[in-house]
Design a binder for this molecule. Structure first.
Ligand code: XMP
Length: 513
């Protein structure tokens, strides 16, 4: 397995993605946690040093623990990783005020296994270069393997020690053959086999669960989402009916969602499931609350109460299963140590473990979202279920700005279902990260037939995104928007106007609340 030491680049996670795509298992850990003891214990077969917003010239700029260079394993420095590698091994790095990214063509000036299969001396290769500080003198034992006009040390190597460093970013798609370069590093140079597959992961995960749980009982909270469903099916495959699932139905789910989850689990998978049908309770608790954060906290707290109650009724358990994913686990690199601003206090079942004092089973901790989807397919979950758009824990409550009511939720559910149906019909569902309707607390005047109407405005939102952190609005064509708006206004009583949200994130967020 490979260790990726993170110095805080925006694209560090992409290194992990590219490695895993080529069948190599790796983990990302922040530089300030990857100390000597940690690294020795991790026992990596290769190390990659990430990029960083830092300059090696700034005071206290981050460094890789020197043990990295003493393990005898291959090391690859990327961008800042190149600079720190040079600085730490006795080369020279010169400061530059500008930090700029852009397309560049590197020319190979020496043969190296890092570039095998791409070309030989004189070959030009398109890369995504990061111009910033520059290496000006190489450490001993290194030579240049690629350059550009403005970057004489675009790629360097110490073949004997198997240390490599590049000034460009092989992990981004703007470096078209970057994956091959990374694969040369992991497969050819580090000798990894690339045999990490989803089927292998599944078998390994199942034996780990069996080992952890023994004869104990496990309880799993289903949210209707993909992550908790995949976790539950995996655990069920491992320990059968030692698992009980509790599906907390908040009454704030999408159309037919509760029914689909219940039938899928009970009928298709034969997994014991408690359907906690608590819509009225949630609606009552939300009565009159219009502040988004208060809504989230109210729902989050009630969710815990309800889950706990039903878990007790189901006979209790020794373990709590959660569908925590890798992006939730990766510690983000924090340089100033200061708290970041809370934009939204995302509700998930995070408060449960402390309260219930149970040991956790988190079989998806090492996976990215699309890997969870692949695992779901491997486990036999239907494509349509596994490919579903993410849905927030507080559900429709945060898609009804202002106070929530059952009537509003019903209107929103109907409109949302039509919108999603049209998206599926147009074959666009899988191109979109998330699409949903928002019921606005605004009424406008309209005319239907000869009648004056005075009804609500519905906002439609659809975004593309890789991880939900940033997003662009989806460019529907006008026919699609017109058709969908007409259907919604004709079929959903209570809505007489439809608008489309063209805000990207940032500055907007995906949800309206
Ligand atoms: P925002 O609106 O912050 O959303 O751009 C980013 C992603 O997070 C989801 N989201 C939530 N998920 N509880 C959740 O479990 C929440 O309170 C919550 N708020 C937003 C949102 O749907 C999107 O996928």
């Amino acid at each position: 397995k490979v260790l990726v030491i993170d110095f805080g680049s925006q694209v560090t996670q992409l290194i992990a993605r590219r490695l895993r795509e080529s069948g190599v298992y790796c983990e990302v850990h922040p530089f300030n946690r990857a100390n000597e003891a940690f690294i020795r214990d991790y026992n990596p077969q290769a190390v990659i040093l990430s990029g960083s917003p830092h300059s090696t010239h700034w005071e206290n700029s981050p460094r890789a623990d020197t043990v990295v260079f003493e393990l005898g394993v291959p090391v690859l420095g990327i961008c800042y990783g190149e600079q720190t590698m040079c600085a730490q091994l006795g080369g020279r790095v010169e400061a530059s005020d500008e930090r700029e990214f852009g397309r560049a063509d590197i020319t190979f000036v020496a043969d190296s296994p890092l570039f095998e299969g791409l070309g030989t001396i004189g070959h030009e290769e398109r890369v995504w270069m990061s111009h910033g500080d520059r290496v000006t003198a190489l450490p001993e034992g290194f030579h240049v393997i690629a350059k550009t006009n403005s970057a004489p040390f675009a790629a360097i190597a110490n073949e004997e020690k198997r240390f490599y460093a590049v000034q460009f970013h092989p992990e981004v798609t703007n470096t078209p053959r970057g994956s091959e370069i990374l694969k040369n590093f992991t497969h050819r140079i580090a000798g990894l086999k690339g045999d990490w597959t989803m089927a292998a992961f599944k078998d390994e995960a199942i034996s780990k669960i069996r080992e952890q749980v023994g004869k104990g009982k496990v309880i799993c909270g289903l949210s209707g989402g993909v992550d908790s469903a995949v976790a539950a099916v995996l655990i069920h495959e491992a320990i059968g009916d030692q698992l009980t699932c509790v599906f907390v139905d908040t009454g704030l789910m999408r159309m037919n969602e509760a029914h689909e989850v219940v039938t899928l689990f009970r009928d298709s998978f034969n997994i014991p499931l408690v359907h906690a049908d608590e819509g009225e309770l949630f609606m009552g608790a939300l009565d009159g609350i219009d502040d988004p954060e208060t809504k989230r906290k109210t729902i989050g707290k009630l969710f815990i109460d309800v889950f706990e109650k039903h878990a007790k009724e189901a006979g209790g358990a020794d373990f709590l299963a959660q569908g925590t994913l890798y992006p939730d686990v990766i510690e983000s690199v924090s340089f100033d140590g200061g708290p970041s601003v809370t934009i939204k206090s995302h509700h998930n079942v995070g408060g449960l473990p402390a309260r219930m004092n149970m040991k956790l089973v988190e079989p998806l901790r090492e996976l990215f979202k699309d890997e969870v989807r692949a695992l779901g397919r491997e486990l036999g979950l239907p494509d349509a279920f596994v490919g579903r758009h993410p849905f927030p824990g507080p559900g429709l409550a945060i898609r009804i700005p202002g106070a929530v009511s059952k009537e509003k939720a019903d209107i929103l559910r109907k409109a949302d279902a039509i919108y999603i149906e049209e998206i599926r019909k147009a074959g666009l569902y899988d191109q979109i990260w998330q699409a949903f309707a928002v019921l606005l607390p605004v009424r406008t005047v309209g005319v239907m037939g000869d009648e004056r109407t005075y009804d609500a405005v519905l906002g439609l939102r659809a975004v593309t995104s890789v991880d939900g952190m940033t997003a662009d609005y989806f460019p529907f064509d006008h026919d699609f928007l017109g058709r969908t708006a007409t259907r919604i206004i004709n079929e959903v009583r209570g809505v007489n106007r439809v608008v489309y949200d063209v805000t990207s994130k940032p500055p907007g967020t995906i949800e309206w609340e």
